[in-house]
Design a protein around this ligand. Structure first.
Ligand code: FES
Length: 179
């Protein structure tokens, strides 16, 4: 969880011609999701989930469209989306490498592991490689403390990872892996 402070007053939202929240998506949400909630606000997380599932992240234009669809201030949508780490406010790479930074993994060499990945990919935490293949993030406890340091590559858990294992693990990632 993180508080993000930025100057929204002068921020510019990139717009494309076609909507992210398409008429078909809106019709589906009206039929399937909205009736389950007393207020539009209650449905916000599920609507954001749908958009992220469709595009892999939440573009600002999409958040504006969600706000208009639900009749909410755009600021409320951005506040919500930026509060949860699970929402991606920037495009992510085809594969997400997530290293646990919680205490057991920290004690067992997480920082050397993260450094090895940064060196291998040539990026910092939170960045995506130029070819769009890998995004590196840090995660809180993965529930695999007995196998610290632990990391996820997409949905696959790797335990007791040594810095020298990083090259082999990343080389084994297949690009046809479904998100
Ligand atoms: S602290 Fe890393 S998996 Fe629990």
């Amino acid at each position: 969880m993180a508080w993000i402070t930025k100057n929204s007053g002068t921020a510019r939202v990139e717009h494309r011609a076609e909507p992210y929240l398409t008429p078909a998506m809106q019709a589906d949400l009206r039929a399937r999701v909205l009736p389950r909630y007393e207020s539009a606000k209650g449905a916000l997380l599920l609507v954001l989930n749908e958009v992220q599932h469709a595009y892999g992240w939440l573009p600002e234009q999409a958040m504006e469209e969600v706000a208009a669809f639900l009749g909410l201030p755009a600021a409320d949508v951005l506040d919500t989306a930026s509060f949860y780490e699970e929402y991606w406010l920037k495009p992510r790479g085809k594969h997400v490498v997530g290293v646990c930074r919680s205490i057991a993994c920290e004690f067992c060499g997480q920082s050397r592991l993260t450094q090895a990945i940064k060196d291998r990919l040539g990026i910092e935490v939170g960045e995506t490689t130029d070819d769009g293949r890998f995004t590196l993030i840090e995660l809180e406890c993965l529930g695999a403390c007995g196998g610290a340091p632990a990391m996820l590559i997409d949905e696959t858990l790797h335990e007791c990872v040594k810095p020298e294992d990083v090259g082999t693990l990343l080389a084994a990632v297949k690009d046809n892996h479904p998100h």
